[in-house]
Design a protein around this ligand. Structure first.
Ligand SMILES: [Zn+2]
Length: 266
């Protein structure tokens, strides 16, 4: 989840999402695009605010597919799944065993708060779709990007431009991290840590940002998605409020989010 400016928190201005006239602006060179991308830990770049792309190769592919050809202007027709010739989602067996660890050393005194927030956020998705997250506490003391005992790791970072970032089901193990910036434990009202995690876990399940369904959101990203509901949902848990969204409270699953999640994981 991308951070909000203080002005935005007060409901005053939009920030950080390109702009409705983005399609008319000059297409940057790859070097310019790369310079503007966030180089996260190791070999991972973050695009669209909180989504991981693996390596310079992954960034180049993203650039070639969407930035270089000025791929903008989606149709306006809740939830959308990551789609590359097929849905990017977990298999019927894997979806019932989405294991994760929570790094006790990185969260420190915030560890128990993080455990509670993950329990609440995973429960929200489990209550509506046929998925099951499992906290493998055995690995919490060695919860790294190379921990093979879990599907993904949850760790705390500091000083990032995002509140948290996640990954999609087609990511390799080393990029399958939910990284939570320490600022997420501060004043982020009207959001909560649990709300931020509900959004990030949506990516983990394969859901794209809802605002990429609308060119009017000013935050169109690319066309690699398939609509799961016929109606575009400006209040979706996957819609950045700062992108002409209508959710003014915490990030919660809407009726359309639940419909979409059940459509992908019935
Ligand atoms: Zn996101």
């Amino acid at each position: 989840m991308r951070k909000l400016s203080m002005a935005l928190l007060a409901g005053v201005a939009l920030v950080g999402c390109g702009g409705p006239e983005a399609s008319e602006t000059r297409i940057p060179s790859f070097e310019e695009f790369k310079a503007s991308a966030i180089n996260d830990e190791g070999n991972v770049y973050v695009v669209n605010g909180d989504e991981a792309v693996e390596g310079v190769e992954g960034l180049q592919a993203y650039y070639d597919n969407f930035v270089a050809n000025g791929d903008v202007g989606a149709t306006q027709d809740g939830l959308a799944v990551y789609y590359i010739g097929g849905d990017i989602k977990w298999s019927s067996t894997q979806k019932m065993n989405l294991t994760y660890c929570i790094s006790s050393s990185s969260f420190g005194t915030r560890y128990s708060t993080m455990v509670s927030a993950m329990n609440s956020a995973t429960a929200a998705w489990e209550a509506t779709a046929s998925v099951n997250f499992v906290h493998s506490t055995t690995y919490d003391s060695n919860c790294t990007a190379s921990q093979a005992g879990v599907l993904f790791d949850v760790r705390m970072v500091s000083g990032q431009s995002y509140l948290a970032r996640a990954f999609f089901p087609n990511s390799s193990r080393s990029a399958r991290n939910v990284l939570v910036d320490s600022s997420s434990f501060g004043s982020i009202s009207p959001w909560t840590l649990t709300g931020i995690l509900r959004h990030e876990l949506g990516h983990v399940l394969g859901f794209r940002h809802e605002h990429t369904r609308s060119s009017a959101s000013g935050c169109y990203e690319d066309s690699q998605w398939r609509a799961l509901t016929t109606t575009y949902d400006r209040s979706s848990v996957m819609h950045y409020p700062q992108c002409n969204g209508t959710q003014t409270g915490d990030l919660v699953l809407t009726t359309l989010d639940k419909q979409g999640a059940r459509a992908l994981y019935p």
